[in-house]
Design a protein around this ligand. Structure first.
Ligand code: SAH
Length: 212
């Protein structure tokens, strides 16, 4: 199949999986329409890239379902000027979507093979406003803090201290919270000295591995 032929499944994915389910942010919709998801998965899976599901990306990890990528991104309410910290680069797809919606993305992946793969994918897609790091994302990225928004693509029992400390006042942190493979999307916002917490969709994510 030629590259242009994926245009159609991508448009259908946006209409049927995103807009029909309540994704309303025009910038998020535009980014999901633009990023070639099939180039981030194995060639053998390219034909499945626009289906309504997560897909394996190796090492027991997965690229999130398109709806979940759009949903988490929409919850960050990005306007374009933000510096965003992402935990769990994986194959780099979510990173590519974020990079079109903010000033700069700082993304951390603990597994070297996926970190390298994301680097190749993002270089091919010419995303110049992305910085990648291989390491333990639970520590955040002190050097570039504070961040305007934080997105975790792996689930845990709650945000590590470092993320809360590295989020600027008014900023949003979105993460799947729960255990045993059952999570709910939670958005935390720092307001004054307090944290406001809102719960959204039920979901299933790979675990956030603490300590490396
Ligand atoms: N957004 C990714 C989804 C990747 S799945 C994509 O579009 O492909 C979640 C990723 O989080 C996995 O690659 C996993 O290795 C990574 N991960 C888990 N715990 C981590 C940690 N403590 N630090 C950094 N990455 C972590």
């Amino acid at each position: 199949m030629g590259l242009a032929s994926f245009e159609r499944p991508r448009r259908r994915m946006v209409a049927e999986q995103l807009i029909a389910r309540g994704i309303t942010d025009a910038r998020v919709i535009e980014a999901m329409r633009a990023v070639p998801r099939h180039l981030f998965v194995d060639e053998a899976l390219a034909g499945h890239a626009y289906q309504d599901s997560s897909l394996p990306i190796g090492e027991g990890q997965t690229i999130s379902q398109p709806y979940m990528v759009a949903r988490m991104t929409q919850l960050l309410e990005l306007k374009g000027h933000e510096r965003v910290l992402e935990i769990g680069t994986g194959c780099g797809y979510q990173t590519a979507v974020l990079s079109r919606l903010c000033r700069r993305v700082y993304s951390i992946e603990r597994l070297p093979s996926l970190h390298e793969r994301a680097r190749r994918n993002l270089r091919a897609a010419r995303h110049a406003n992305v910085m990648l790091k291989c390491g333990d994302g639970t520590l955040g990225w002190e050097e570039y803090a504070p961040f305007d928004a934080i997105l975790a693509a792996a689930g845990g029992e709650g945000p590590p201290e470092a993320w809360l400390a590295q989020l600027r006042e008014g900023g949003a942190l979105v993460m799947p919270v729960g255990s045993n493979g059952r999570h709910v999307l939670v958005r935390y916002r720092r307001q004054g000295g307090a944290w406001c917490e809102e719960r959204f969709d039920d979901c299933v994510f790979v675990p956030l591995v603490r300590g490396g």
